[in-house]
Design a protein. Structure first.
Length: 108
């Protein structure tokens, strides 16, 4: 089975000719028939601007499984789970949130 390819330190992975942002499974929240995402760590890192712009413009991303530190913060990707279409991408303070709309491809 083909899977996305990424590089250590990049917040993106290549899939079918596209560079898609990768988001962490640990920030997913199940809801009333939907899955939402809430990453509470948006900060001053210059990687945030292009990352958020890519999610907003393509409305697609790749969900990843990650090794977590003791405090629950992701350290490194361990697997690509699936690609998704998303909507309602919002930044409020240090929170990045959106809704998962459609599972596009499964990788596990």
């Amino acid at each position: 089975m083909a899977k996305p390819t990424g590089q250590r330190g990049s917040w993106f992975a290549n899939w079918k000719g596209e560079s898609l942002p990768c988001v962490h499974e640990c920030w997913c929240k199940p809801g009333k028939g939907t899955l939402t995402y809430l990453d509470p760590h948006v900060g001053d890192d210059p990687k945030w601007g292009p990352f958020i712009a890519a999610i907003r413009s393509s409305e697609k991303m790749i969900l990843t499984k990650d090794e977590l530190r003791a405090d629950g913060q992701p350290v490194r990707r361990t697997a690509y789970i699936a690609s998704y279409r998303v909507q309602n991408v919002q930044i409020e303070g240090s929170n990045l949130s959106f809704e998962f709309v459609q599972r596009l491809e499964s990788f596990t």
